[in-house]
Design a protein around this ligand. Structure first.
Ligand SMILES: [Fe+2]
Ligand SMILES: [Fe+2]
Length: 205
């Protein structure tokens, strides 16, 4: 067991993780811009929300690299060129990438960190792997809605939709083409349960 980060594999893995998280953040910002162009505002916000979390992950790994301040950490790594114009393909690619981080990459890094005696790094790799699983679930959910044409259509006639622009709630199987209150396009509507800080069940108890 070694505890000197300098000649460890964990040092490289921390830099790989940092590089990967920075790229995820950038990829999701770009995906958000594309969704915005296509007037899918709910998807845009979801990508931005996730991008901000990736930024925080990068900061967690960055902090653990403090011991290497001033050095150059050489790494060999592969990153996906997920350059798609199609939101469905982007959601699928993002989901696959998150799943890989959750199942393969971070558990591997955690195991190596543990073997090398870096308990803190191991626990951060594990904790962030769990978050990537949440991201994977989120992307899979929206990829499914997109593919099935259900972003703005529900089988439930009592579905509650919220306008992300003004907060207006519409009940029905589809949100209106245009918000009757603020005139925002249909792309601003998402299912109320998907929105943060809305008057969900827990607030009404
Ligand atoms: Fe992440
Ligand atoms: Fe993620």
């Amino acid at each position: 067991m070694q505890t000197d980060l300098k000649n460890s594999r964990t040092r490289m893995n921390l830099m790989r993780a940092f590089a990967g998280e920075c790229q995820s953040r950038q990829r999701y910002y770009q995906a958000a811009l594309l969704a915005q162009q296509q007037k899918l505002i709910g998807i845009e916000r979801m990508f931005r929300f996730t991008a901000e979390q990736e930024e925080r992950h990068a900061m967690v790994f960055w902090k653990l690299l403090q011991e290497c301040a001033g050095e150059t950490v050489e790494i060999e790594a592969g990153f996906p060129a997920d350059v798609y114009e199609d939101i469905g393909q982007l959601l699928d690619a993002s989901q696959r990438e998150e799943e890989k981080e959750h199942i393969v990459v971070y558990p591997d890094f955690a195991r190596i960190a543990e073997e090398e005696g870096f308990a803190q790094a191991a626990s951060k790799f594990r904790a962030i792997a769990e978050i990537e699983n949440e991201h994977s679930t989120r992307f899979a959910y929206y990829a499914g809605l997109y593919r099935e044409g259900k972003l703005f259509r529900s089988d439930d006639a009592q579905q509650r939709w919220i306008c992300l622009n003004c907060g207006h709630v519409h009940v029905g199987s589809e949100p209106p083409q245009e918000c009757p209150v603020c005139s925002a396009e249909q792309g601003y509507f998402i299912r109320e349960a998907e929105a943060a800080f809305t008057s969900c069940e827990i607030m009404k108890q």
